[in-house]
Design a protein around this ligand. Structure first.
Ligand code: MG
Length: 259
């Protein structure tokens, strides 16, 4: 088999600063959406809120129209893993919901996601959210010049599996910049010391998807919504991160945080 050739676009310091502005806008929009999550609210309302927030600040929602995606955010509740299309079903108390949001500003993207409780949630769900969030930060810790993509995946996988949960195999993180999805793909599992070498100037979306049950997922008939095969809940956290001389720089971080 011939190895696939991939082209990773390295960014200048100025481009990384530009991406930090886009990432900041995405994170602020996500915070706005998260603050509106409560029982009875539905995804379509959250979507409208996100789109208005982004456009009022001179940005464009990254996802709207991307490969035909019909909305500005992905809203994935409970057993939905990622890419849920916002709908008018009210969010139920005791459930969890993942909001994934991308914004373009001055031609570059920021991509960020968080899973939050809808009202009070049961301890196993709280733990699912905690473990997935921590897995994201374990992965980000490896986003350093000289490390390899396998180090990122392994850090995520080991942490998640030690907690008795599973990482989704069929979807991965990705490079990001002038395009929402650039090379490389960033699996949330792997072997340390293997895969593409990380270099200063790479900008990567790290996004573990973690299931309470098994890691298998399936696609809904809508062609977008990914859900767990066993019907158990799933969580998703994401940051856009740059490899810099001084280590990982989270481009979607904002004061007070949302992820
Ligand atoms: Mg992403």
């Amino acid at each position: 088999m011939v190895p696939r050739t991939i082209t990773i676009i390295l960014k200048t310091e100025a481009e990384i600063q530009q991406m930090q502005r886009a990432g900041g806008l995405a994170a602020e929009a996500l915070r706005e959406v998260v603050s509106a999550v409560r029982p009875g609210v539905h995804g379509t309302e959250l979507d409208a809120l996100a789109e208005r927030f982004i456009r009022e600040r001179g940005g464009t929602p990254s996802f709207k129209g991307y490969r035909g995606f019909p909305a500005s955010i992905c809203v994935s509740a409970n057993d939905e893993v990622v890419h849920g299309i916002p709908n008018t079903r009210p969010l139920a108390p005791g459930s969890i919901v993942s909001i994934d949001l991308g914004a373009v500003l001055d031609g570059v993207h920021g991509d960020v996601a968080v899973t939050v409780p809808v009202g009070e949630i049961a301890p196993p769900l709280q733990r699912l959210l905690q473990v997935t969030r921590e897995a994201l930060y374990r992965g980000i810790e490896q986003v350093r010049s000289g490390k390899r993509l396998g180090d990122v995946g392994a850090a995520i996988q080991r942490y998640v599996e030690a907690a008795g949960l599973s990482v989704v195999r069929d979807f991965a993180g990705h490079g990001i910049g002038r395009a929402l999805h650039e090379e490389p793909q960033i699996p949330n599992f792997g072997e340390p010391g293997t895969g593409t070498l990380l270099r200063e100037g790479m900008t990567l979306a790290i996004e573990p998807m973690v299931n309470l049950g098994g890691y298998e997922v399936m696609m809904d008939d809508d062609g977008w919504t990914v859900r767990t095969r066993d019907g158990q809940p799933s969580a998703h956290f994401e940051h856009t991160v740059a490899v810099t001389a001084t280590g990982p720089l989270i481009l979607t971080a904002i004061p007070g945080g949302v992820v």
